[in-house]
Design a protein around this ligand. Structure first.
Ligand SMILES: Nc1ncnc2c1ncn2[C@@H]1O[C@H](COP(=O)(O)OP(=O)(O)OP(=O)(O)O)[C@@H](O)[C@H]1O
Length: 476
């Protein structure tokens, strides 16, 4: 008698075989001529015809399973395309309020009697609502600046702001024995040191003091060949007008200075290509150029003549991104030669004032800001700035390398312009700004001496843009 273990083994084997047989028979029923457990025999017997045989090209418009275009799983973008100009509008969008920030109850606005006072130094001051509107109209706010972080626009009055305020006072010439002056300055400094913001503060002070403000918000827009241009008839050497840009500039000037223009009558007899009714106001004159861009340059010239008549307010003429206009523009002349930026009428108008060739009889300021983030190379401007700095600090005046070509037109414009250098904030200024950030609820940290010292050092000894970045933009 075989042992029971052997019998159990045999019976199990028999059961398995019957099971295999039944599965095999089922497989044979469904897939004849192919084995369930090994496909190799079948594969060798029927080699894949697709690899060797010809496949008809997929028909156009018919989705073929065998033809896949692009990466696997990537769906074609069927979203709505942005309308022309929509992306630029988004990029240039200015947000001046943050509803999540707290209202700072201690914030006092700048006002006409005290705006130029030295007492404001080291304090954060609010910009009055009408000044905010005017600054917005002249595109003084930049999308890269931190306005969208706070409840409403406010700015730190730093020592450079006080210097600028002193110059504005000097330009007004309202003190005893003083006369109105034309002050010319170029704002220079490190990247994000607050040059554009200082220019904005200058414009704000001018608005508060009821000056006429003309701002060329971004020099790049004037020279990058994005706007139409045409030679000015009778100009020698040829100058070029930019009608669309000038008409838009006139509309910005009108929005920002509406109150003054509404109350001032045209006193000269300007030569215009279109008739102007008798006893028109400056507002009507400007509107003529806005509605008829072809007449925009003669209207701008006529407006300037009007503004320089005796008894008119002082003028603030400003530009941001100076290096863009201190070189050739992107425009080409009729003989396909680059047009120098100084041959564009608007820029010519600006540089004539910056160089001191034309003065402002009622006083005022020509203010230009350089940029370190968006500035094309202008060796002549950089050299002129170095010379001006050396002159002001009685240092060694650098000498131009005689083997290098120089843009003499730039050197001539800049030859006696002074610079206003924007440095780092002092610790007291940094404290005032950090305390304002904390009061706005945008900084949730204990503000004490070690904290201020740490942030001031992290910001490269008080670089205001870096200070903003390491405190409120990073959310410590
Ligand atoms: N007086 C100020 N009060 C408050 N914030 C300021 C002040 N000045 C500058 N800032 C902030 O510092 C940042 C840099 O300022 P701004 O854009 O004026 O620098 P910039 O020197 O013009 O820079 P760039 O060289 O890159 O053109 C901005 O976010 C701005 O909000």
């Amino acid at each position: 008698m075989p042992p029971s273990v052997c019998l159990r083994g045999f019976s199990q084997l028999a059961l398995d075989r019957t099971a295999h047989a039944s599965i095999a028979s089922r497989c044979l029923l469904t897939v004849p001529r192919s084995s369930c457990f090994s496909t190799s025999a079948t594969r060798y017997a029927n080699p894949n015809k697709k690899k060797t045989g010809m496949v008809a090209a997929p028909k156009r418009g018919v989705k073929s399973l065998n033809v896949k275009k692009g990466r696997k799983g990537v769906q074609p973008d069927t979203g709505k395309r942005p309308a022309p100009g929509e992306r630029k509008a988004m990029r240039k969008r200015i947000v001046l309020s943050n509803n999540n920030a707290l209202e700072v109850s201690s914030l006092i606005d700048l006002d006409k009697p005290s705006v130029l006072s030295k007492k404001n130094e080291g304090q954060v001051k609010g910009l009055p609502e009408e000044v905010v509107d005017a600054l917005r109209a002249v595109e003084a706010f930049k999308p890269t600046q931190g306005w969208s972080l706070f409840r409403r626009p406010a700015t730190l009055i730093r020592k450079e702001t006080t210097q600028l305020a002193k110059l504005i006072k000097e330009a007004e010439g309202k003190g005893e024995g003083e006369t109105a002056k034309t002050i010319r300055r170029v704002v220079v400094g490190e990247r994000m040191s607050g040059k554009s913001s200082l220019l904005l503060q200058g414009l704000a002070m001018a608005f508060v003091r009821d000056w006429v403000v003309v701002n060329l918000p971004d020099a790049q827009d004037i020279v990058n060949a994005h706007t139409e241009y045409a030679p000015l008839p009778g100009s020698q050497p040829t100058q070029y007008t930019q009608d669309a840009y000038t008409a838009n500039l006139l509309s910005q000037i009108l929005k920002a200075n509406k109150k003054i223009f509404e109350g001032a009558l045209v006193t000269t007899a300007p030569t215009l290509p279109l008739p102007l009714p008798a006893n028109s106001t400056l507002k009507q004159l400007v509107e003529l150029g806005i509605v008829n861009p072809d007449a925009s340059w003669p209207v701008f010239a006529a407006l300037w003549t009007e503004l320089t008549q005796p008894g008119r307010p002082p003028i603030m003429l400003a530009i941001d991104g100076l290096s863009h206009v201190m070189r050739n523009s992107e425009y080409l002349s009729a003989d396909v030669k680059p047009i120098h930026a100084h041959d564009l009428t608007l820029i010519r108008h600006f540089v004539d004032h910056l160089s001191g060739k034309t003065a402002l009889p009622n006083g005022g300021m020509i203010l230009a800001a350089t940029s370190k983030s968006n500035s094309p190379a202008s060796p002549a401007l950089e050299f002129s700035i170095q010379v001006a700095e050396a002159r002001q600090h009685s240092g060694d005046v650098p000498i131009w390398n005689p083997y290098k070509n120089v843009d003499q037109r730039v050197i001539d414009v800049m030859k006696d312009v002074e610079v206003l250098k924007v440095g780092g904030l002092s610790k007291e200024e940094a404290r005032a700004l950090i305390e304002y950030y904390a009061a706005s609820g945008m900084l949730r940290a204990k503000v004490d001496e070690p904290f201020i010292t740490e942030k001031w050092s992290l910001a490269g000894m008080g670089n205001v843009g870096e200070l903003e970045r390491v405190t409120v933009r990073l959310r410590v």
